[in-house]
Design a protein around this ligand. Sequence first.
Ligand SMILES: Nc1ncnc2c1ncn2[C@@H]1O[C@H](COP(=O)(O)OP(=O)(O)OP(=O)(O)O)[C@@H](O)[C@H]1O
Length: 221
Amino acid sequence: MAVIVLAGMIAAGKSTVSARLADKLNTDLMIEPVDDNPILPLYYNNKEKYAFLLQIYFLNERFKLIKKALKNNKNILDRSIYEDELFTRINLMEGNITQVEYDVYKDLLDNMLEEIEDMPKKAPDLLVYLDISFDKFLENLAKRGRAFEQIDKNTKKGQKDLAYFKLLHTEYQKWYEDYSYSPKIKIDMNKYDVNNEEDWDEVYKMIIDAFDQSVRKELNR
Ligand SMILES: Nc1ncnc2c1ncn2[C@@H]1O[C@H](COP(=O)(O)OP(=O)(O)OP(=O)(O)O)[C@@H](O)[C@H]1O
């Protein structure tokens, strides 16, 4: 039984890497399709109003996927539940949710994580963190062109959005350094285009080597 979870900043390439990885390993891909999320566009339009609702929505959806992934054989998840907590904290810092809302969220999250403690597998075998620079993030966001994510720098809202993304990017680096639930690997995605076969082969090898080490460690325990 093996579970690999992808992590990293918005538009770092998690969806592409997790899909290619699932295909290569012939395993299930656990994703929450963005197009099915009714709250995300509302959130990007009015963070103060929808941040708390969005976080509860993500927490619930993520938990459903984790339960499935940790019970089944061989799974790839395209984002970790611990990152949702990071998003929630950023929203607290930005004043989009209140301290009381954050406390309720955190209590619910801890309660859910206790359920995971009773499952045969409590954490992924490997966390793959995709690292990108802020400039690369802006480039990727513009390139993929999801309407609600676009930044209009000439407006007050655009400036606020930019500050949100910047804070998230900075905090993501710290988040990765502190992450300790499972073995982890950081991949510098500024250097690789995973749609290019040569680059993908290199990235895949790094992930598999780290994964083999992680599983070997587990067997020797
Ligand atoms: N907990 C959360 N709080 C706020 N926004 C979130 C949260 N989780 C995901 N999102 C947002 O949902 C959108 C889609 O996220 P998704 O996980 O599909 O991929 P992504 O972050 O764009 O990454 P990639 O391009 O690497 O696949 C992004 O705008 C992301 O910021």
